[in-house]
Design a protein around this ligand. Sequence first.
Ligand code: ADP
Length: 359
Amino acid sequence: MRFRKDASDLDERLEIPELLIRALDSLESESLLVLPGEVILHKSEGLVNFGVLKDGRIASEDLIALIRGVRRSNEARRGSIEIARGPIGQGKRELKVSVTPLTEDGLILVLVSDESEARRIDAVRRDFVANVSHELKTPIGALGLLSEAILGAKDQPEEVVRFATKMQSEAKRLADLVQEIIDLSRLQSSDPLQRAFPVEIEDVIREAINQAQVSSESRRISVETGVIQEATVIGDRDQLIAAVHNLVENAVNYSPENTKVSVTSQLKDGLIEIKVADQGIGIPESELGRIFERFYRVDPARSRATGGTGLGLSIVKHVALNHGGDVKVWSQEGVGSTFSILLPVAPEVEYEDPIIEEN
Ligand code: ADP
């Protein structure tokens, strides 16, 4: 096979033997055939999901550099490249690439696979186990002490009732903690963009507010929706609801009674920003950088009193990053806080059909 160096008048598919296309399409990795000048001769269908191409060109500078290096040396190379999950946020996907020179005229075969998942899950698990064992020790220790106290007070019914009630609340705390740990670990071990569907933001906001109704009513806080601009994003509906719900619950928990929480959404530059604003206690500026960390609480005693686990915001951040988005916070002590989730809006063409059909 010979390929012209100037690909401008190249009749693309005709130049590639059908057999080669079939072989490439049968591979587990996605594939790309590249001519000099980084002209794309063939790309496998699944490559679109990797964000390697933009407007029919290779979007990754690192990949271009790798291809040029291989063309110069005429030797195959392997490497990894990082691709942003969306236009904002630090959510990245690590892709493994193998670049092989096929012909002397500079035709290059690029194979791309996403192995970051497996590695990421491994790292997350290791990290998680350490944090979790530490967090579980507190309520378990408390349960142990309380049961000893009950034994010691067995002849004083009132004390028994008091300690038993405390035991109940510690047990509930333990159960909530375990549930959130399960939720977070599920979130970290799944990629919503691999099983993504169009999700209406208005519906997400409505459902998130509904789920927070019991706590907002019990604290006499009115959760209101302001301007809601409609948008569709591609992702996991349940995860998006859980994220917005966590923000609403926090807004309610960290606000005095009889205040307001408002939820709005606004479209800007291809992004939808969901904002949850409260008139609550606020967060000191020095703590703002840490609140999205797992198990981080500004005031552990207050968080304990409201049943907080320190995992809520970390779940919110994970959901946003996994959807190619980001989170933002503004807060002033004694004035209130505004948390935002920014998500890329689905392109028009993808509005109607899910990207991946359910089996
Ligand atoms: P928690 O389960 O403790 O609420 P989160 O991860 O949801 O954990 O939040 C982390 C910390 O950030 C909280 O402990 C609290 O100190 C602070 N925080 C979160 N949301 C708000 C808010 N709306 N107003 C004031 N402080 C907040």
